[in-house]
Design a binder for this molecule. Structure first.
Ligand SMILES: O=c1ccn([C@H]2C[C@H](O)[C@@H](COP(=O)(O)OP(=O)(O)OP(=O)(O)O)O2)c(=O)[nH]1
Ligand SMILES: [Mg+2]
Length: 165
């Protein structure tokens, strides 16, 4: 359990809360009405500012119901809230529906916030390792350089020898 200090910039909006015990996401409400034509995006406030502890970040995630029912997502999903950010948490909503204009009201739950521990990372340049073949030899792995569909793109996974599909 981690405690996150929070300022309600707009006391008319609820403090984010889990919809059900154990949920990872805390729903975020829109601070104002917004109407999005097909393909349109808008930056919408949530009325919240946070003090995340060092070593944590928060991620603004889409809500699946809004995506399935209305075609509304987040353009930069997941949005990253840095521990040191003291501004208002905002969401960049986008209407992916090809035909329908969508109207959202102040107070609608438009996204969800997931707080996570993140490792502070330092990069160390590998001297004498100049290309990906050399890297694969330096740090062998089952995947190697395979990516971007190397295991197949459909049909439930990688084909093995003798597989007749
Ligand atoms: O969905 C989002 C994404 C970001 N932010 C805020 C918090 C975050 O700490 C800051 C910067 O976000 P990011 O690093 O994604 O944006 P950038 O384009 O790299 O801006 P910057 O140069 O300020 O880092 O903006 C939000 O409120 N909502
Ligand atoms: Mg940044």
């Amino acid at each position: 359990m981690v405690q996150v200090d929070l300022v309600r910039l707009d006391p008319g909006l609820p403090v984010p809360a889990q919809a059900r015990p154990g949920d990872a996401g805390m729903d975020l409400a829109a601070a104002h009405d917004v109407t999005l034509a097909p393909g349109e995006r808008a930056l919408v406030g949530t009325g919240l500012a946070l003090v995340l502890p060092e070593g944590y970040a928060a991620f603004v995630m889409p809500r699946s119901g809004l995506a399935v029912r209305e075609g509304i997502g987040l353009l930069n999903a997941p949005g990253t809230i840095d521990a040191g950010y003291r501004g208002e948490v905002k969401v960049c909503l986008v209407n992916h529906d090809p035909a329908r204009t969508v109207s959202l009201r102040r107070g609608d739950r438009v996204a969800q916030l997931v707080v996570q521990r993140v490792e502070e990372t330092v990069f160390r340049v590998l001297e004498g390792v100049d290309d990906v073949e050399a890297l694969a030899a330096h740090a062998p792995s089952a995947r190697g350089e395979g990516g971007f569909g190397s295991t197949g793109v459909a049909g439930g996974g990688r084909r093995t020898e003798g597989d007749q599909r």
